[in-house]
Ligand binder design. Sequence first.
Ligand code: NIG
Ligand code: ZN
Length: 394
Amino acid sequence: MILTDVTLAEAGPDGFALTGDAAIAIEGGRIAFAGPAADLPPGGQRRSMGGRLVTAGLIDCHTHLVFGGDRAREFDMRLNGASYEEIARAGGGILSTVRATRAADEGALLAAALRRADHLIAEGVTTVEIKSGYGLDLETELRMLRVARRIGQERPLRIVTTWLAAHALPPEYRDDRAGYIDHVVIAGMEAAHAEGLVDAVDGFCEGIAFSPEEMERIFDRAAALGLPVKLHAEQLSDLGGAAMAARHGAISADHLEWLGADGIAAMAGAGTVAVLLPGAFYALRETRMPPVQGLRDAGVPIALATDCNPGTSPLTSILLAMNMGATLFRLTPAECLAGVTANAARALGLSDRGRIAPGMLADLAVWDIAHPAELAYRIGYNPLHARIIGGDLA
Ligand SMILES: N=CN[C@@H](CCC(=O)O)C(=O)O
Ligand SMILES: [Zn+2]
């Protein structure tokens, strides 16, 4: 198939690059040609896109899309002054979603997750990363990742799965942190890897979760299995998690509100992507900004994601995440687009998507907009005209 009469929109550190009067030729699910229509070889089955703007399919590189229940009442408590940490220490927070997720069977988890995935699909998302982390026992953690994989069978959506058993300590291991890490986090990671369920390993490095030293032990085992690592780091305090993750060659460090100069330098040196999550910043009414200018100055690639989760970011709009990236974090609209395309792919360790170039997967989004800055500028408006995945309109 050849898409004609399109404007190609890409984003990089120097802003947007637009190619008008362009065409995209697709063969075998991949892009064979992308550029000025005048350079396109003759022939082929052509389909006009009516002059519309085309970007790479959007990539949501940090979600907790599979979970049971919701946390609406906790939201109410937070509005009345309780902090996220206070609620977590009182057995709410992540652990309340763990109780609901353990109680839900595969069918119930899948049905709820599909509804959330459909919102992302409707906004041009073609790849979604989904983490475990609300089971905290072997059986439920594996169930979460099986459900995540099934989403990719039920919908035209590419799924990347991440092992996040190091998300919180379950009550049954309250007095045995090392036992939890050995018997659930590491043993489960090996079982999930053997079942082909894991693409990367993550953890929540925070005072209310796991220390950098505990995460290092997990990362060493991930490396032995050949699995890339990433980390929720410096969200609520600075424990040096991002620098530790960078030393372990992490593909991304995520959140980063408390990231300091050492962490930035370590990430720059290791090529670790900074995944910023403005939905959590907004919902927790945080005031400390991630160090965006420091990341830019050091050349650390910046990605943006929804962080869709029931506690701190009940957000299923990648376009709103882009808008928040601009309004809350002062990213440029071009940085926002790069953050959900090329840099999001990099945060997942993927080099086959996120750009419109020969050899890339033919995952594209076609928009009813005049300029790509509109994607970050509008609030609560979806200008998607069509979504193409593997060369198919879907
Ligand atoms: N920060 C840790 N994990 C999630 C929150 C999970 C929850 O509260 O349920 C996050 O990415 O924001
Ligand atoms: Zn998260």
